[in-house]
Design a protein around this ligand. Structure first.
Ligand SMILES: [Zn+2]
Ligand SMILES: [Zn+2]
Length: 304
């Protein structure tokens, strides 16, 4: 996995090539932290946080691909051309392609949740450029915090050689700022979750992860098709919530609920009342603990 594609460049050249993108990425992250850790985070802060976070994602993921092989940075590696690469005259891969290549070719450890957060952020950025930021501030902040945390770890595990460390002092200083920022955003999210705990009390069997902000604060209303997240305040509709959890879940299909007999049961959901992922019925709108045992008795029914 180590610098396979750049072997020909030689030691010194390699460093010259590699430090600027890394510094650049760290610089964007410092700006993200600046915007997100203000006392009052306004719409303009969110806008620049999203734009700079997306810029950091692009720079850092592509830098890792580049170290594996420069052709991987092209949208279509089959059409890669060294002259055009050096001139910067080519269509580069999307965030989605970059994540996919990092996982399958480079062998980077990127979880499904991290992948979703990275791709959701790319969507935020596109929406921002076309329609302005319509997402709720808390949702953007929580998601940005998660991506920031991922990138910080990605820099350390994938871009800084642990045996060499960071030779560059300004890089170390910037990374320290980023680390402090990650902790403070994380603290903000935790603090808000703690404050919400009172409001969530008694609703634990109905509380699941929110598709918008990713926090475990979406309360399924007993007899409705719309459900509100207490963390980001977003009203979520039944169908998109189910799609989100189907995509994320271990099984990817719905099956029959033993209580209401609707085919609205999805497995592997994080429910506040359960220690392990559990089945949730989106007609009963709560966890169905006894359905854990019915999976073997009743063959699963695939979605059509
Ligand atoms: Zn939410
Ligand atoms: Zn049910």
């Amino acid at each position: 996995m180590e610098n396979a594609g750049t072997r020909a460049s030689g030691g010194l050249r390699q460093q010259e090539l590699h430090f600027p993108p890394l510094l650049n990425g760290a610089d964007y992250l410092v700006s993200v932290v600046d915007h997100l850790t203000k006392d009052e985070v306004g719409p303009r802060d969110l806008k620049y946080a999203v734009l700079h976070l997306q810029a950091a994602i692009e720079v850092l993921l592509k830098e890792r691909l580049h170290r594996e092989h420069w052709a991987l940075v092209f949208s279509d590696p089959g059409q890669a051309n060294l002259r055009r690469f050096h001139e910067g005259d080519f269509e580069s891969c999307t965030t989605k392609q970059a994540v996919q290549r990092l996982r399958s070719i480079v062998g980077c450890d990127i979880t499904d949740d991290e992948r979703s957060a990275l791709i959701a952020l790319a969507a935020d950025r596109n929406a921002l450029q076309h329609y302005g930021l319509t997402q709720n501030a808390h949702a953007v902040e929580a998601r940005a915090g998660r991506v920031l945390d991922f990138l910080y770890r990605f820099i350390h595990t994938e871009l800084i050689n642990p045996t060499i460390g960071t030779a560059d002092e300004s890089l170390s200083a910037e990374l320290n700022l980023v680390s402090r920022g990650v902790r403070s955003i994380d603290a903000f999210v935790k603090q808000r979750m703690r404050r919400l705990r009172g409001g969530l009390k008694g609703y634990e069997p109905r509380t699941i992860d929110c598709p918008a902000c990713g926090q475990n604060a979406l309360v399924l209303a007993a007899s409705q098709l719309q459900h509100r997240c207490l963390f980001c305040e977003k009203i979520n509709h039944r169908a998109p919530i189910m799609r989100f959890h189907l995509r994320r879940g271990e099984r990817g299909f719905r099956r029959e609920c033993p209580r209401c007999h609707d085919h609205a049961l999805i497995d592997g959901i994080h429910v506040a009342s359960e220690t392990a992922p559990a089945p949730v019925c989106f007609t009963c709108n709560c966890v169905i603990p006894e359905a854990r045992h019915t999976l073997i008795d009743h063959p699963a029914e695939r979605d059509v």
